[in-house]
Design a protein around this ligand. Structure first.
Ligand code: ADP
Length: 250
């Protein structure tokens, strides 16, 4: 494998960040008019769109659950999202990611409040640069909140990894590809539940403990960004309503 230097003598990473520094994150909620809820997220070079439909009638009908809503998330990478064109359509990886993301969201949503319905979540990765499963999940949970679907809390998350024997937060693609390990995690802050935890590579028990601690602290910063984006969405709605009220009084 090609030798690639992921950290310099001063402990700076390939993109200049310190080990515990996140990439810049920007988020906007309520970006699609035809979806019940939506969110757009830029996380470093990742660009992700999430759309939520439902609760609505289940199709095909035999999948209907009399006890709870069927929550289905579909993770999809656009063919232009990566350097080499990605073959369109589902592959093993996107099927796995759709499954783990669905399970994580299901743990947060009060699915039993909407029996016999489906809640469909579409995650489109428009540009990918590592950490897209967590970025997709973060955007999806904000889109669910935007759709007004009752949840215990937002789901938030982070990836932590190891390069050159140093633990680092929020891996970029080179760090993901050439590093020693990466560990994505998603949590429900209010309950403290871990709803996604995967690991690729090797870490010692002590490193895993430290990595989890770092990841949770990083995830809480993402949680603040999600909440702020939702608040901005409602401030926008209030402003629009006030504007309509204003002109109707003319
Ligand atoms: P995550 O995006 O959640 O970190 P992976 O670790 O599987 O998931 O992928 C890391 C990165 O590798 C992706 O974000 C993307 O930049 C790149 N990648 C994944 N799948 C492909 C693919 N089929 N073709 C090209 N690049 C890919």
């Amino acid at each position: 494998m090609e030798e690639i230097k992921l950290m310099d003598e001063e402990g700076r990473r390939i993109d200049g960040r310190r080990p515990d520094e996140l990439r810049p994150i920007k988020m906007k909620v309520g970006v699609l008019t035809r979806a019940d809820g939506s969110a757009y997220l830029q996380w470093g070079k990742n660009k992700v769109l999430a759309a939520v439909y439902g609760p609505r009638e289940v199709f095909p009908k035999h999948l209907q659950d009399p006890e709870r809503a069927l929550l289905r998330a579909r993770y999809n990478m656009a063919s232009f999202s990566v350097e080499e064109r990605k073959r369109p359509g589902p592959d093993r990886r996107s099927i796995e990611l759709s499954k783990v993301i669905s399970e994580a969201l299901r743990a947060a949503v009060f699915v039993e409040q909407f029996p016999k319905t489906s809640i469909d979540v579409f995650i489109e990765i428009l540009q990918a640069d590592a950490g897209t499963r967590i970025a997709g999940l973060v955007a999806a949970s904000a889109a669910l909140a935007d759709a007004g679907i009752p949840m215990k809390d937002l789901v938030t998350g982070m990836t932590v990894g190891k390069v050159e024997d140093t633990l680092i937060l929020d891996l970029c693609k080179e760090e993901d590809n050439y590093g020693q390990a990466d560990l994505p995690i998603a949590i429900i802050p209010r309950t403290g539940e871990i709803v996604l935890l995967q690991m690729d590579g090797h870490m010692t028990q002590e490193e895993i403990d430290r990595a989890l601690d770092m990841a949770i602290r990083g995830a809480m910063k993402v949680y603040e960004i999600q909440k702020r984006a939702l608040l901005e969405r409602y401030e926008r709605l209030v402003r629009e309503k006030e504007y309509i009220a204003d002109i109707s009084e003319v």
